[in-house]
Design a binder for this molecule. Structure first.
Ligand code: FE2
Length: 282
């Protein structure tokens, strides 16, 4: 394959051209795709006719593909388990949601930041789209880290944050109003060192980060609000307008993403897989 790469944004995102994922991906092409991913945090491969097998094959370029397991605690997301595929969709069949994250806007987050070993990458493939909306915005969290005022950064270095997620909720959870034992949660470094690149990255998000450990409540809230604004700075955000057949792959350790609203009466269907990760270190 004659692969070329075109940047979509100065800080984040590139389109990889010249790829046909219905054909086996030779070693050289795999290396080019991986490099585009490492250099750009998210990559877009358009116009693909991707069956499940081909999606797994491209996923394996980045690591071991995760098989979804039923969570031990918390509300169950929809869809099937013991398969790598999660359908991100609002489609309901016989009264039962076909997948997860059905409708509406979703605030900025990392996928699985509330796991002990957050997933390395997510691969999302567009199969049905609405007439408007549903864009996904991606923000570069290396750049966010660099934008934190030095004094604040020095003060927060070495601290941890609590990441919490409940599939039924679309806003940041109020820890005073929930039983933490009933929702998935995990402490993570507030700044991670990306295991693959060795670069520092901000690791908070408006949807999932509930507190900075060891700080009084009000101070933690105030600093988190400041960090959320930095993490979502429009200057470091690429907005992806989906087309049918788009495959988007994102580095889930150094980027956050959000979804814009779309008409709930129209079907939207995306097929998602993720790639295994590891524990996050300072
Ligand atoms: Fe997500």
């Amino acid at each position: 394959m004659a692969i070329s790469v075109e940047k979509l944004h100065p800080h984040i995102g590139a389109e990889v051209l010249g790829v046909d994922l219905t054909k086996p991906i030779d070693t050289e092409s795999q290396a080019s795709i991986r490099k585009a991913f490492d250099d750009n945090i998210i990559i877009v491969i358009r116009g693909q006719d991707l069956d499940e097998k081909a999606q797994i094959a491209i996923g394996e370029i980045f690591g071991k593909v995760v098989v979804r397991k039923r969570p031990a605690v918390g509300n169950l997301p929809g869809g099937d388990y013991d398969t790598p595929f999660m359908l991100v969709t609002n489609i309901v069949e016989n009264g039962k949601p076909l997948g997860s994250f059905g409708d509406g806007e979703m605030w900025f987050h990392h996928d699985t930041s509330y796991y002990p070993e957050p997933h390395r990458a997510t691969l999302l493939y567009a199969q049905k789209l609405t007439t408007w909306g549903g864009e996904t915005c991606f923000a570069n969290q290396y750049a966010a880290y660099d934008r934190i005022p030095k004094k604040l950064r020095d003060r927060l270095e070495g601290r941890k944050v609590l990441q919490v997620h409940d599939y039924k909720r679309r806003e940041r959870l109020n820890l005073d109003a929930i039983d933490l034992a009933q929702v998935r949660h995990h402490e993570q470094p507030i700044f991670i060192t990306h295991p693959a690149t060795g670069r520092k990255s901000l690791y908070v998000s408006r949807l999932m980060t509930t507190r900075i450990e060891g700080l009084p409540h009000d101070e933690s809230e105030e600093i988190l609000e400041q960090l959320f604004d930095i993490s979502e700075d429009p200057a470091i955000v690429y907005e992806h307008k989906w087309q049918l057949g788009d495959l988007v792959v994102w580095d889930n350790w150094c980027s956050i993403h959000m979804r814009k609203d779309f008409p709930r009466e129209e079907p939207r269907l995306m097929r998602r897989i993720t790639v295994e990760g590891q524990a996050m270190g300072f």
